[in-house]
Design a protein around this ligand. Structure first.
Ligand code: CA
Ligand code: CA
Length: 178
């Protein structure tokens, strides 16, 4: 082999190695991205399933606000038994709500500099009156009336490995059973 042939063949080899390794890296990034989206979808669906279960078990008459339009919270009560006069006794006030994280205000600006605009958590207040976050990286919750049912949309975000944000909305229409 001449020097030129050696140089040319090693260039070709280097190019092949580079092409192959960048393809492998691309597909790894692709699968990592898909895995992250899948896990975001899992969280979104699990969260909606929980909201659905609670709304179904609630007493329709207890749901507030009455005139819901893109409400960022939902108050409800469940039937706790039957009163002596035959009316339904309601349990404690429960609440799903969207709460901004400390340091964020609702102004379409990323106040705390973490790359998310007006981010917060989905919070749930349980029977004991204690509110706790049940989902992080939330960008909003909207509750609307849909006839006798409610439609709930929740926006969740996740960050990809390259720093890019993906946002997805999970929605569900559900009616109280009683
Ligand atoms: Ca932020
Ligand atoms: Ca803000």
């Amino acid at each position: 082999m001449t020097i030129v042939e050696v140089v040319v063949s090693s260039l070709i080899l280097t190019t092949i190695v580079l092409v192959v390794s960048s393809t492998v890296l691309d597909s790894q990034a692709f699968f990592a991205e898909e895995a992250r989206l899948y896990s975001l979808d899992q969280s979104g669906r699990a969260l909606l399933a929980r909201v659905e279960q609670e709304i179904r078990a609630s007493a329709a008459s207890s749901i507030l606000p009455l005139a819901i339009s893109d409400s960022s919270f939902l108050d409800y009560q469940k039937a706790a038994g039957v009163n002596a006069d035959g009316t339904i006794a309601l349990g404690p006030l429960l609440r799903f709500s969207f709460e901004l994280v400390p340091g964020e205000i609702a102004d379409s600006v990323d106040n705390n500099g973490d790359g998310l605009i007006d981010e917060g958590t989905i919070s749930w207040r349980d029977e004991s009156g204690t509110a706790r976050a049940i989902a992080a990286n939330a960008l909003g919750m909207r509750v609307n009336r849909a006839g006798s049912a409610l439609h709930v949309d929740i926006d969740l975000a996740a960050r990809q490995s390259d720093g890019r944000l993906v946002q997805r909305t999970y929605g569900q229409t559900v009616a109280p059973r009683n």
